[in-house]
Design a protein around this ligand. Structure first.
Ligand code: FAD
Length: 392
């Protein structure tokens, strides 16, 4: 069978690898001229890493990752620890794969290196997808029509494919944006930072963690705002982050000051859909379920989509594609939607104003941590989508 995957992000690359593993010929079509990931970190939870292991990529990714031992939640004003959860060996023992923090470029490079170069078409903007009973077709900006038995639209949060398949709907601004920075570890060596820190405050929170074996510190400082562009390269005004986080614990302000020039990313989502597929075409990853990143699960869910997509198509003939895609969506849609909703709820909880509600949240989190060594989103880490019947 021949498949076309539109978009060579984390979701599209993993889908291409999973479909090849399922025995199919894959063409990956990407609008940009070269594989390039942004300069930012990404946390990879065990659910994603079990899939990477099955694709023989976990060792390569882990070799360049940081392996945090814990995450410490703190209050914004004085840094008092609200609670602490385990992320290290205990996670690996319980969930069958490690919790890793990596540079996006390292993950992207590992995925891209596993895709045969001959099956990738860069610099190819897809401007339409159509289908009939026999096959699906992708039209490129250059006027070509590429035919396949299956088309996977992994074209990200601003997915146009989603509109072509299911009608008008746009990316939704979450009314939050993130200042992003990646600092050499040497620049923060004198600071006593936890392995992973999450500082909670009114309308804002700050996350920091190590990447690339501890060589880099990734900082994401989220704040509410009326408008912000969905861009990984838009720069904030100099010092803007310090004004936005005025009055925060001096350690957070120190970090944000050392970050220097930071990027400003407007966080967008896509509303949950009742279905992702029609005939021989399906959505995957952010195009299907872009979520706020407050449980660090967006890419993990895309990776899980890719694993299931490969599994339902093992040994499939072209005629069986529509039914197989129904099975893929049945196995993935509810879980991804529930993770979208849980991530949005986490944001509301993180951003409570000072007062009784925030105090109750802190008490709830402390009680939860006392009885559970893992964060609430560990339910998503535990979700096992791998079909062991599928050939390795
Ligand atoms: C600040 C922030 C922090 C995050 N942290 C985490 C985290 O710690 N852990 C986690 O799991 N997730 C995290 N996420 C979410 C994660 O980044 C996304 O869910 C994930 O990257 C989505 O991958 P994707 O492949 O679906 O889309 P994308 O990565 O957006 O890839 C889409 C690709 O499609 C291409 N494309 C688009 N349109 C076309 C077209 N018409 N023709 C050809 N190509 C096209 C694009 O160029 C792009 O390469 C975070 C997100 C943000 C914003």
């Amino acid at each position: 069978m021949r498949a076309i995957v539109v978009g060579a992000g984390i979701g599209g690359l993993t889908a291409a690898l999973s479909l090849r593993r399922a025995g199919h010929e894959v063409t990956l079509v990407e609008r940009t001229s070269r594989f390039a990931e942004v300069g930012a970190g990404i946390q990879l939870a065990p659910n994603a890493n079990r899939v990477l292991r099955r694709l023989d990529l976990l060792d390569a990714v882990a070799a360049r990752a940081a392996r945090p031992n814990h995450v410490s939640f703190r209050t914004w004003s004085d840094g008092a620890e609200i609670c602490r959860y385990l992320l290290g060996r205990a996670v690996e023992d319980t969930f069958g794969a490690p919790y890793l923090q990596v540079h996006r470029a390292d993950l992207h490079t590992a995925l891209a290196a596993a895709v045969p170069p001959g099956s990738v078409r860069m610099n190819t903007d897809v401007v339409g997808i159509d289908q009939d009973d026999e096959c699906a077709c992708v039209t490129t900006a250059g006027g070509e029509r590429l035919r396949a038995d299956l088309v996977v639209a992994a074209d990200g949060v601003r997915s146009a494919a989603r509109q072509w398949l299911f009608g008008a709907d746009e990316a939704v601004f979450s009314r939050t944006a993130a200042y992003r920075a990646l600092l050499p570890a040497a620049e923060v060596a004198d600071m006593d930072l936890p392995d992973t820190g999450i500082w909670l405050g009114p309308d804002r929170h700050v996350v920091h963690y190590w990447a690339r074996g501890g060589e880099l510190l990734n900082i994401v400082a989220v704040f509410k705002t009326r408008a912000a562009e969905e861009s990984w390269t838009a720069q904030a005004e100099p010092g803007e982050q310090l004004r936005e986080f005025g009055g925060w614990d001096p350690r957070v302000r120190d970090l944000l000051e050392r970050a220097g020039q930071v990027f400003r990313y407007g966080i967008h989502t896509r509303s949950p859909l009742p279905r992702w597929n029609t005939g021989r075409v399906t959505l995957l990853g952010d195009s299907a379920h872009a979520m706020v990143p407050f449980q660090a699960q967006g890419a993990a869910q895309a990776i899980m989509d890719a694993a299931v997509l490969g599994d339902v198509l093992v040994g499939a003939t072209p005629a069986e594609v529509p039914d197989a895609l129904d099975r893929y969506v049945r196995r993935r849609l509810a879980a991804a939607t529930s993770t979208q909703n849980a991530s949005a709820r986490a944001g509301e909880d993180f951003h409570l104003p000072d007062g009784p509600e925030a105090l109750a949240r802190n008490a709830r989190m402390a009680a939860h941590a006392a009885g559970n060594v893992f964060m609430p989103q560990a339910t998503a880490w535990a979700a096992d989508v791998l079909d062991d019947q599928a050939p390795s």
